[in-house]
Design a binder for this molecule. Structure first.
Ligand SMILES: NC(=O)c1ccc[n+]([C@@H]2O[C@H](COP(=O)([O-])OP(=O)(O)OC[C@H]3O[C@@H](n4cnc5c(N)ncnc54)[C@H](OP(=O)(O)O)[C@@H]3O)[C@@H](O)[C@H]2O)c1
Length: 344
C-alpha cells in the first residue's frame, strides 16, 4: 500500500520539512507531488535523494491523489481544502482555517488520535497551532494523572513560526545592526533583531492576540474543554523552536518527582531536567529534533497542587510538519484510508 501525496506550499518552511519527514519516516508513497503558487513553478525541492520540481496548485488535478498536506496559509486553505476533499483526497491542513469547525478533527496523535473518527465528513483534518501542539503533548499525561484545572503559559516563539520571509527579516536586521545600516521592519510590527515583540497575530477586542486565543480554543478542543488557560505569546529573535514557561494548577496532588516520572514515560516527550547549569533544553538544541522537551519541573509554592515547567520543541516539526505526517500515519495504521490505486 502506497499513497500519492500532494504537498501544497512545498517551497515554504513547513512544506520543505514535510518532504524531509515523509522521507525520514519512510512513509509509503507511490508519488510525491510538490505544489506552490505561480511564483514557484519549476522550483526544485528535495525529497530524500530525489529532486522534484514544483507544480502550480491552481492547475493540479487531485482526483488520483490520496493525501494532501496543506501548508500555504489560511486563505489558500479556505478556498482549496473543500475542493480537494470533495475529490476524495484527505487534506491535512496546517493553517487555522478549519481548526474550530465542529466537522473537522483537530489532532495531535499522542493526545487525541481517536478524535480522527468522522474526518470523512469534510475529508479535512486540522493540525493545531505550533505553540499548542507542544503544550498539549506535555500536558496530556499530567492531566491524566492529576486533572488540570488552570494553565498560565508564556511563550517565546521563534521567527520561523511566521514563515520564511520572517526568518530572512531576522537575518537581514541582525546584519544591518552589525554594519550600522538602517533596520527595516516589514513582516514584524517592530524590530525583532536583539529585541522581542509581545504580539503574535492580530489583536482581538478583549486585548488578547489571536495567537493567545488560539492556544485557549485549541487546548480545549484537543485536551479538555474544562481546562482554563491564559497565554501571553511573545516573538523572540530565535530562528527555530518555540519555548514555553508553563504554570499548571491541578485538582489533585502531584509532586515534581511524580511529574518527572510520568513525563519520562509519555509518548513524544523527552525530559532533560538536571538542576545544574545547562541541565535543561534550549531552543537551539531542540531545532531539527522530533521530541517535545520538558525541563525545569518544579512545585509551585504559591498555589495548591501547582507545577511549573519549561517546554521546548521545534515548531516546524512537532508544531507543524511532523504532526501532519503523524496524522497521515494514523490514517494508514488504523486503515482509515485506502490508496485509490489499490482500491481501483
Ligand atoms: N511555521 C510554523 O511554525 C507553522 C506552524 C504551524 C502552522 N503553520 C502554518 O503553515 C502554513 C505555512 O507556513 P510556512 O511557515 O511554511 O510559510 P512560508 O514559509 O511563508 O511558505 C508558504 C508556502 O505557501 C505557498 N503559497 C503561498 N500562497 C500560495 C498560493 N496562492 N497558492 C499556492 N501556494 C501558495 C508558498 O509558495 P511560493 O513559494 O510559491 O510563494 C510557500 O510554499 C501557514 O498556514 C502557517 O500558519 C506554520
Amino acid at each position: 500500500m502506497a499513497y500519492k501525496v500532494a504537498i501544497v506550499g512545498a517551497t515554504g518552511n513547513v512544506g520543505r520539512e514535510m518532504l524531509d519527514i515523509l522521507a525520514e519516516r519512510r512513509f509509503p508513497v507511490s508519488e510525491v507531488v510538490p505544489l506552490a503558487s505561480s511564483r514557484s513553478i519549476g522550483a526544485e525541492v528535495s525529497f530524500g535523494d530525489k529532486t522534484l520540481k514544483c507544480r502550480h496548485l491552481d492547475t493540479y488535478d487531485f482526483s488520483d491523489a490520496d493525501i494532501c498536506l496543506m501548508s500555504a496559509g489560511g486563505t489558500v486553505s479556505k478556498e482549496w481544502s473543500p475542493r480537494i476533499g470533495a475529490q476524495g483526497c484527505v487534506v491535512i491542513d496546517n493553517s487555522s482555517a478549519w481548526r474550530y469547525d465542529a466537522d473537522v478533527p483537530l489532532i495531535v496523535p499522542e493526545v487525541n488520535a481517536n478524535a480522527i473518527a468522522g474526518f470523512a465528513k469534510k475529508n479535512i483534518i486540522a493540525n493545531p497551532n505550533c505553540s499548542t501542539a507542544q503544550l498539549v503533548v506535555a500536558l496530556k499525561p499530567l492531566h491524566d494523572k492529576a486533572k488540570i484545572r488552570r494553565v498560565v503559559v508564556s511563550t517565546y516563539q521563534s521567527v520561523s513560526g511566521a514563515g520564511k520571509d520572517a526568518m530572512d527579516e531576522l537575518f537581514a536586521q541582525t546584519r544591518s545592526v552589525f554594519v550600522s545600516d538602517p533596520v527595516e521592519a516589514k513582516k514584524f510590527p517592530k524590530r525583532i533583531a536583539f529585541n522581542l515583540i509581545p504580539q503574535i497575530d492580530v489583536f482581538m477586542e478583549d486585548g488578547f492576540t489571536k495567537e493567545e486565543w488560539k492556544m485557549v480554543a485549541e487546548t480545549k478542543k484537543i485536551l479538555d474543554p474544562k481546562i482554563k488557560l491564559v497565554a501571553t505569546c511573545v516573538r523572540v529573535p530565535v530562528f527555530i523552536s518555540h519555548s514555553e514557561a508553563v504554570n499548571i494548577e491541578f485538582e489533585n496532588p502531584i509532586t515534581a518527582e511524580e511529574a518527572r516520572e510520568i513525563l519520562r514515560e509519555a509518548p513524544g516527550v523527552l525530559v532533560i531536567d538536571k538542576r545544574e547549569p545547562g541541565g535543561y533544553i534550549t531552543p537551539h538544541e531542540a531545532a531539527g529534533e522530533d521530541a517535545t522537551y520538558v525541563s525545569r519541573i518544579r512545585e509551585d509554592p504559591t498555589v495548591d497542587n501547582g507545577l511549573v515547567l519549561w517546554c521546548v520543541s521545534d515548531n516546524l516539526r512537532k508544531g507543524a510538519a511532523l504532526n501532519a505526517v503523524q496524522i497521515a500515519e494514523v490514517l494508514m495504521n488504523r486503515k482509515l484510508l485506502t490508496p485509490k490505486k489499490a482500491a481501483a
